[in-house]
Design a protein. Structure first.
Length: 176
C-alpha cells in the first residue's frame, strides 16, 4: 500500500508526461452518463478526467485510505456527481451490477488478493460492462498484460483492446 503521507508525489506534474490522465481515461472509452467506479483512486490523479468523461453520470472513488480520499475530494469540483467510499477492494460494500465501468490504475499489484478483488469487480459491473486496468513499469507492483489476462479471463472477462506499449498500457476488458 502506498503511504498516504507521500501521496502528493503521485500528483507530480512530471507524472503527466509519462502517464497522461487525458490519454489514459480516453482509452477506457467512457460514455457521458456512465456510472464509474475508480477502484484505488489514491489522491485522485485520474479522477477529474474520469468525472469529465462520465459527465452527467456518477463516479465513485474508492480507496482503502481515508487520507487519499480527502486529497481526491480536493481535486474535484462537481461534488454532486462524485461519491467517496473508504473500503477494501476485495470486499466491495456495493450492490451488484451497479456500474458501467470499473477503472483500476496501478493498484491491482498492491492488492493482497487480486483474484478476490477482480471477482468483486465482476460482481459490481453490469453485464457487458468495462473493466479498464492501467499499468506502468514505473510502478514497483507492475502487472504485465499476459499476467493480467491470466487473472481476469478465467472469471468471465474478455480483452477488447489494449492501448499503449508492453511496459505501459491500458487494457480494456468486457464482462460476459
Amino acid at each position: 500500500m502506498f503511504p498516504a503521507a507521500h501521496a502528493r508525489s503521485l500528483l507530480s506534474p512530471a507524472r503527466r508526461l509519462v502517464q497522461s490522465p487525458r490519454r489514459t481515461v480516453a482509452a477506457i472509452g467512457l460514455a457521458p452518463g456512465s456510472r464509474v467506479l475508480e477502484l484505488g483512486s489514491g489522491p485522485g490523479f485520474f479522477s477529474p478526467q474520469v468525472a469529465r468523461a462520465a459527465q452527467g453520470g456518477h463516479v465513485v472513488l474508492l480507496d482503502l485510505q481515508v487520507e487519499m480520499l480527502r486529497l481526491a475530494r480536493g481535486r474535484l469540483h462537481d461534488q454532486r456527481r462524485v461519491g467517496y467510499l473508504q473500503a477494501d477492494g476485495s470486499a466491495l460494500p456495493l450492490a451488484g451490477e451497479r456500474f458501467d465501468a470499473v477503472f483500476i490504475a496501478t493498484v491491482l499489484g498492491e492488492v493482497p488478493d487480486p483474484a478476490a478483488c477482480l471477482a468483486e469487480v465482476r460482481r459490481v459491473l453490469r453485464p457487458g460492462g468495462v473493466l479498464a486496468i492501467a499499468e506502468t513499469r514505473r510502478d514497483s507492483d507492475f502487472i504485465s498484460l499476459p499476467r493480467l489476462r491470466e487473472l481476469v479471463e478465467p472469471i468471465g472477462f474478455a480483452l477488447v483492446a489494449r492501448r499503449g506499449i508492453r511496459w505501459q498500457f491500458v487494457a480494456r476488458f468486457r464482462r460476459a
